[in-house]
Design a protein around this ligand. Structure first.
Ligand code: SF4
Length: 431
């Protein structure tokens, strides 16, 4: 019985209760929104140590960190340290995007170690195994794709990106569109090559019911991938992207009818002024399904700082109603992220999500900032550090140049807080 089916019959599952308690919302509201498909709780029945997390309408905006090996860098210990770093800095989910080494063993180790929901993109593994065993992605069979999906499900993966909307019709639109960067999604590229070489429909679209059966059995959520997402500002909100989104909207409805939880993935690269429109389009075409945006990056020229370009876009998207942000690290477009990059990506994306939550009026968001402001006003450095997203860094920077009194070295004895306190007398700094 999936969370969606339980909600429809009015049963409060332990997962729903946990989400309601954590978000300080009424359990009835959570049930209603899970039943309507506006909230999902990705929780594979086989993920034993999972602490559930809700994604969707009215909930705190969630953040995902992508980890995993590549063909050029493969070390399980490093990936497990990335997982622990991401969790330590408050990420809500991780995706294991491993494409190097023993992909199954790495996924099992990450899922086993993870208390937060784990996502994957099974077509990566299916494509890589086809290359390893028979020389090319195009030799991947439909049964092999579904066997890998089932393997991920059995390993306890809580949500899977499936690029079901990359259809033959979408590819016709893509070719006519004449894009600058064509396809930047790895999963989308794998499937596009397979479809064009074989002149066949996308198996994840053609055999969608088979996918739904597996999702029903294990209650993993479908993350309907945007294989045709824009990979640069010039390709944003074009016909190919919207064609895919229309298909995804139809697939959301079929999943809901079957009792399967779904969310929808979105851009990518978007100019600032197109972000709100993209959120509205998804919410309208996909009937309120949770929206999971990859950034979005608001400029193409931020290499080395793309956690910042993505956080700018993420904040606007979250404020407009996006429910879930995929982090971007400083190494985006350049290299596989290291541990420090994971930390910076998580912090940047959490800032974006929180900024969005303040604008959305999510319970507790504004209050957090008010507590910080009161601590600043009273020059309470201990509380300021405790309330910050990175307490250790906050303490380290404050101590870098010691101040003579209880202020900081920015203004020293001319501290505005201390001067105003002296004449207005609200708090009691000792400087
Ligand atoms: S010294 Fe300046 S920056 Fe530091 S707490 Fe006082 S007003 Fe703020």
């Amino acid at each position: 019985m999936t969370q969606l089916k339980l909600a429809r019959q009015g049963t409060v599952s332990p997962q729903m209760k946990h989400v309601a308690d954590k978000e300080r919302l009424d359990a009835d509201l959570i049930i209603q929104r899970v039943a309507a498909g506006e909230i999902i709780i990705p929780s594979n029945v086989r993920h034993a140590n999972l602490v559930p997390c809700g994604i969707g309408k009215g909930l705190r905006t969630k953040v995902n960190a992508n980890i995993g090996t590549s063909s050029d860098s493969c070390d399980l210990d490093t990936e497990l340290r990335k997982l622990q770093t991401a969790i330590a800095f408050g990420v809500d989910t991780v995706m294991d995007l491993s494409t190097g080494g023993d992909i199954s063993a790495i996924r099992r180790a990450i899922t086993h170690a993870s208390t937060i929901p784990v996502g994957t993109v099974p077509v990566y593994q299916a494509g890589i195994e086809a290359i390893d065993n028979r020389g090319a992605i195009v030799n991947m069979t439909v049964d092999e794709i579904f066997a890998v999906i089932e393997e991920h499900a059995k390993d306890g993966v809580d949500f899977m990106t499936v690029h079901c909307g990359v259809t033959q019709a979408s590819l016709v639109r893509l070719k006519k569109q004449g894009r600058t960067t064509d396809i930047v999604s790895r999963g989308g590229a794998f499937l596009m090559g397979w479809m064009l070489h074989r002149n066949k429909e996308n198996p994840l679209y053609e055999y969608y019911d088979r996918l739904l059966e597996l999702a029903l059995e294990y209650d993993f959520a479908l993350s309907l991938g945007d294989g045709l997402r824009p990979g640069c500002l010039a390709d944003a909100t074009d016909r190919a992207q919207i064609q895919e989104l229309i298909v995804l909207g139809e697939l959301v409805e079929r999943a809901r009818e079957a009792g399967v939880q779904t969310m929808v993935e979105g851009p990518g690269h978007l100019p600032l002024d197109q972000i709100i429109t993209n959120v509205q389009l998804e919410k309208s075409l996909c009937r309120g399904a949770p929206f999971y945006v990859l950034g979005p990056l608001v400029t193409d020229v931020g290499a080395g700082y793309d956690h910042i370009t993505a956080a700018i876009g993420g904040a606007i998207a979250a404020a407009a109603g996006a429910d879930f942000l995929c982090y971007v690290t400083p190494t985006e477009h350049l290299s596989l992220p290291g541990i420090q990059d994971v930390k910076e990506g998580v912090i940047a994306s959490r800032i974006a999500a929180h900024a969005g939550d303040i604008a959305k009026g999510v319970g507790g968001a504004k209050e957090w900032d008010e507590q910080m402001s009161r601590a600043r006003k009273s020059l309470d450095w201990k509380t300021q550090a405790a309330l910050s997203l990175d307490p250790e860094l906050s303490r380290e920077i404050h101590a870098r140049i010691p101040a003579s009194g209880t202020t900081c070295s920015m203004c020293g004895k001319y501290c505005a807080m201390a001067i105003v306190e002296k004449y207005l007398g609200i708090s009691t700094p000792q400087c």
